[in-house]
Design a protein around this ligand. Structure first.
Ligand code: BF8
Length: 644
């Protein structure tokens, strides 16, 4: 078993892990130890469980079986395994997008209802009217003589149709540069309907359908694109409309944001529609009064994972931690309620919460835990549900065992809330919104290029180490870093998301830009669905001119250094299919059993879509590879070398 310092570089995590160890509470790291050695066939992607003639596995040494019972070789098996993960990842983001679009639809109905009866049964409204009208226009809706509700009704109908469409092209594909759209059409990669692409991909991977690994990859790319330029983009856009578009905002991060004398409520998961209401309910005077009557100073609502990013971006709600800290928040002994919705919620939370007074509460009918309290959330009971959950937390406060409370004292400041619009305004000035200064900075070489560093944590790697070493190296070399998800939380904890970080860590060129406009060298763009913000920002960079005609021309690269989720694979593939060089850490990628597929993903595919994967288990090597790629793109554009 490795030492605690080898498990995480984060001091708060180390302290909480020590507490868990002292109290004999098992965490994900212990369970990883129990799984050793992990299955080699699974790691190589060469195990097939598609049909009941198997499971089959391909001998990597070439001595045993080289095909499954049906005759599928390792290329087919590995490609199908990868494709199935892509379908699952796309379905997760896109189902989230569907729920948000559905909220907009109900909001329109309820609005109509309000007109008739003067009542309101839900608590949502159009918050970003400008974005709402822009999006309606993008979908060809004529706003003349129409009420907000009528427009919302039409818009939500069109958005929901994006999921069920059978033919044509997803509307947001038009946001991509012309050249990219043409390439997708030529290759048959333009997604037609979100659900269709997920289902078709799953179909092609069943026994006896597609055996051509390159063709499987094509279908997988179309599915991944239906997430990035479809489901995820819908989630981002509609959330901004009904919950508000983020603006730069200060916040705090790490387990130290839990407060000893307060009722601590942790929101965890991905869909901000409920957590938004939880933020409101935590400030409800009646509930605050109740908390005080139990001897608490108030109610402290904090977040974990992407729900945390959502409420951070919009309200500055403190972030208790990223993926690997979810159990540790409970281990502090100071959490009254952890409320969860969907995605990235460890089943182990039930057992860990049973070691304390913490109430784990599920809220989605899609994600139930046996034996765990469930309060079903629907949008027409949103605020009441949130209140009931917070109340359960308040009433649980007296059950806290004060002797067992130990909150690591580590917390860090951060600035979040950067969207494509914010970047636009900040760089161009409020009255001259434009990407020109950003493009000029890249052209002149003051800025070497752009990087997207995203994704999860994985206990197979030292927690947060890869994210922070990689990002520090990138900004040192004048690469502006855009972040989402648990990666942003990792770097925030290490103090990289404050403007002061530019002076401490950034190269001279990036420092000059950050100081001129007052931004951190690392910009937090939100949750994982908000990787769609990176796609639209990059499309604006191309539209602005001077950096080529396609996304693949931009001196930019992406990386998910500590990934674990299928969603990360989908994100990686839609970036590659959009022309971005994308590195994945936490190897193996479960394709290495197939030399052909590995070569295709890391090499040949670049000639097809302009982007490709690379795999590495060394954060400095990742940075070197990304910078080399950025320089290669600078050369291709005939730009001067980086200035400093
Ligand atoms: O969607 S980065 S661990 S929380 S999958 Fe999950 Fe990975 Fe975190 Fe957000 Ni994204």
């Amino acid at each position: 078993m490795s030492k605690i310092e080898e498990k995480s570089i984060d001091l708060a995590t180390q302290e909480a892990l020590q507490k868990a160890q002292d109290e004999n509470i098992k965490t994900t790291w212990d369970r990883l130890d129990c799984q050793q050695p992990q299955c080699g066939f699974g790691q190589l992607g060469s195990c097939c469980t598609v049909c009941n003639m198997g499971p089959c596995r391909i001998d990597p040494f070439g001595e045993g079986a080289q095909v499954g019972v049906c005759g599928a070789n390792v290329d087919t098996i590995a490609a199908r395994n990868l494709a199935r993960k892509v379908a699952v990842g796309a379905s997760a983001h896109s189902d989230h997008g569907r729920d948000v679009a559905h909220t907009l639809a109900l909001l329109a109905q309820e609005g109509e209802h309000k007109h008739a009866s003067g009542t309101h049964t839900h608590n949502y409204t159009i918050v970003d009217t400008e974005k709402f009208h822009k999006l309606a226009k993008e979908f060809g809706i004529n706003p003349e003589n129409k009420s907000k509700e009528e427009i919302a009704k039409e818009l939500s109908k069109k958005l929901l149709e994006e999921f069920g469409k059978q033919e044509g092209e997803l509307a947001f594909c038009q946001r991509a540069p012309q050249k990219r759209q043409q390439l997708w059409r030529k290759l048959g990669l333009t997604p037609r309907g979100i659900d269709r692409e997920v289902v078709e991909l799953l179909h092609t991977t069943t026994m006896g359908v597609d055996n051509d690994y390159k063709n499987i990859l094509n279908t997988a790319m179309r599915c991944a694109l239906s997430d990035g330029w479809g489901g995820s983009m819908i989630a981002t856009e509609v959330q901004d409309i009904i919950l508000g578009s983020p603006q730069p905002i200060r916040g705090k991060v790490n387990l130290g944001v839990l407060k000893e004398n307060y009722v601590n409520i942790v929101v965890h998961g991905h869909e901000p529609v409920l957590s938004e209401m939880a933020v409101k309910a935590a400030n409800d005077p009646e509930l605050v009064k109740l908390a005080k009557s139990y001897g608490a100073e108030g109610i402290n609502l904090v977040g974990i994972c992407c729900t945390a990013n959502e409420v951070l971006m919009r309200h500055g709600v403190p972030v208790a931690g990223n993926f690997l800290q979810q159990e540790l928040a409970i281990v502090t002994g100071a959490v009254e309620v952890m409320l969860v919705d969907v995605q990235c919620i460890m089943p182990a939370l039930h057992e860990v919460s049973n070691c304390f007074h913490t109430k784990l509460i599920t809220t989605s009918s899609k994600a139930r835990f046996p034996g765990v309290m469930h309060i079903d959330f629907t949008i027409d009971n949103a605020y009441e549900t949130a209140k009931a959950i917070i109340k359960a937390g308040v009433e649980n406060f007296p059950n806290r065992d004060k002797q067992r409370v130990s909150i690591p004292k580590h917390e860090m400041d951060l600035v979040a809330g950067f969207t494509k619009e914010v970047v636009f305004n900040i760089l161009g000035g409020q009255y001259r919104s434009t990407y020109q200064p950003l493009n000029d900075a890249i052209v002149s070489g003051r800025l070497r290029g752009l990087a997207g560093v995203v994704g999860c944590n994985n206990p197979k790697q030292t927690h947060d180490l890869f994210h922070t070493v990689l990002v520090k190296e990138l900004i040192k070399n004048d690469v502006l870093v855009l972040q989402t998800g648990c990666s942003a939380i990792a770097c925030a904890k290490q103090g990289l998301l404050i403007p002061e970080a530019a002076k401490l860590y950034a190269g001279k060129g990036l420092q000059e830009i950050c100081e001129a406009v007052g931004i951190p060298p690392v910009l937090h763009l939100g949750a994982c669905v908000d990787n769609s913000r990176i796609l639209t920002a990059a499309s604006h960079v191309i539209a602005q001119g001077g950096l080529g005609e396609d996304l693949s021309d931009i001196p930019a690269a992406g990386c998910a250094p500590e990934w674990m989720s299928e969603k990360a694979i989908t994100i990686g593939l839609y970036f590659v299919a959009s022309g971005v060089y994308t590195i994945f850490g936490a190897s193996p990628f479960a394709v290495l059993g197939s030399k052909n597929l590995t070569n295709y993903l890391t090499n040949e595919i670049e000639g097809v879509v302009g982007g490709c994967f690379a795999f590495s288990d060394d954060p400095l090597e990742m940075a070197r590879l990304m910078i080399a790629h950025i320089d290669k793109k600078r050369q291709a554009l005939k730009l001067k070398p980086a200035m400093y």
